[in-house]
Design a protein around this ligand. Structure first.
Ligand SMILES: *Cc1c(COP(=O)(O)O)cnc(C)c1O
Length: 411
């Protein structure tokens, strides 16, 4: 590694991760000598088909599913689109959709579009201040014409991990399908989708040290989903188009490694995140967003509000000093809208704008934590010194309460 690279702390693993060398090694032959189309009937084609079949079996095993229940896609965005639109075309009479208010943009924007176009009525569930979906709001939202309930498993911004067993049982009771976006949880926490009351689930590779541009949709046997774009009959006729063979091979490898090392690596990542969170909470006028580290929260996720400063300003200063983070989520950080996740858990717009997300992975270490703490401290001081107005008297009480509350929650 170069010197410059050593001075960078990449703490944006919630947006994407570095591919592991073992994964890259597995992929390389499929970018060179193994170039057959899996649909071709000669030896090169058969070899490619066999490689995909084997990857499908590995991946199915990794999530506790059957190979026939896995559809390879271009990523979690496509998987979410295929799940929702696939069901829409399968059940055109069901015109009611239920989602959580903290979904990834790829689900949230489908809901917005269906509602705008008059295709479906959308109900958003209630979440509490840590982002957990209120089961009662789900129970009372389900109707006879409900097409689907879609609830993200691990939230990309505040790390909340939903109780899919509880939510899925409510859906089962009422005879409604449940889809869950598992892009953030897969490879980080144990996941046995076959045993959960979940009917469809979305995954991708690049959040778990695999390649970008590849993902999967799990569709439980007996659940019918109609393809929503046309082509040849790949992927059981549900997802046409020549498969991303190298991507699929890398995805299966990344999943295998993540599961093999999960206990050890995720424990270490959570310890790092805990120290980072504790250190950041020592700074004045801060708020801690989401559940306590280590308790139904994605390993490595820390989300902090720095009051009276813009998140973008912090992000840019940290960037110059070699600490890479994100404000809100990458998808919303180019707009001026505050993060819909942070506002859903009750943050004021100005507090949502002052929030920074640090996401650690197995490739981070104590040095990254120390650098992030030092650089964030300096940056916050600098930016606050430029801020004309800090309502000291008014906020002091509130902030002290926030810090006491944090300590109490995390003991
Ligand atoms: C990253 C992410 C997505 C989008 O996945 P792509 O593979 O980049 O399309 C969807 N949902 C969640 C929860 C994510 O974190």
């Amino acid at each position: 590694m170069s010197n410059i690279e050593n001075k960078v702390s990449y703490l944006d693993n919630g947006d994407s991760t570095r591919m592991l060398p073992e994964v890259l090694e597995e992929i390389l032959p499929y970018l060179s000598e193994h170039y057959g189309n899996p649909a071709s009937l000669h030896q090169f084609g058969l070899d490619a088909e066999e490689a995909i079949d084997s990857a499908r079996s590995k991946l199915a095993e990794a999530i506790g599913a059957k190979p026939a229940e896995i559809i390879f896609t271009s990523g979690a965005t496509e998987s979410n689109n295929l799940a929702l639109n696939g069901l829409r075309y399968q059940f055109p009479d069901k015109r009611h959709l239920i989602i959580s208010p903290i979904e990834h943009a790829s689900v949230d924007n489908i809901a917005k579009r269906w509602s705008r176009e008059g295709w479906a009525e959308v109900t958003k569930l209630k979440v509490n201040s840590e982002g957990f979906v209120d089961p009662d709001s789900l129970r009372s939202a389900i109707r006879d014409d409900t097409l689907l309930v879609s609830v993200i498993h691990g939230n990309m911004e505040i790390g909340t991990i939903q109780n899919l067993t509880e939510l899925g049982e409510i859906c089962r009771e009422k005879g409604v399908l449940l889809h869950s976006d598992c892009a953030q949880t897969f490879g980080k926490i144990p996941l046995n989708i076959g045993e959960l009351p979940v009917d469809l689930a979305s995954f991708n590779a690049h959040k778990m040290h695999g390649p970008k541009g590849v993902g999967a949709l799990y569709i439980r046997k007996k659940v019918k989903v109609r393809r929503y774009f046309e082509g040849s009959p790949q992927e059981h006729g549900v997802r046409p188009g020549t498969e991303n063979v190298p991507g699929i091979i890398g995805f299966a490898k990344a999943a295998e490694i993540a599961i093999r090392d999960m206990d050890k690596e995720m424990k270490r990542v959570d310890e790092l995140a805990g120290r980072l969170a504790d250190g950041l909470m020592e700074i004045e006028h801060v708020g801690f967003n989401g559940p306590p580290v280590g308790k139904n929260r994605l390993p490595g996720n820390v989300n902090i509000t720095f009051r009276y400063i813009e998140g973008e300003a912090i992000l840019m200063h940290l960037n110059i000093k070699g600490v890479y983070v994100s404000s809100g989520s990458a998808c919303s950080s180019t707009t001026l809208e505050p993060s819909h996740v942070l506002t859903a858990i009750g943050l004021l717009h100005e507090d949502a704008h002052g929030s920074i997300r640090y996401t650690l992975s197995r490739l981070n270490d104590e040095e990254d934590v120390q650098r992030a703490l030092q650089v964030t401290n300096e940056t916050v001081k600098q930016l606050r010194a430029m801020t004309a107005f800090i309502p000291e008297k008014h906020s002091k009480h509130v902030d002290e309460n926030a810090q006491t509350f944090y300590k109490h929650k995390n003991d």
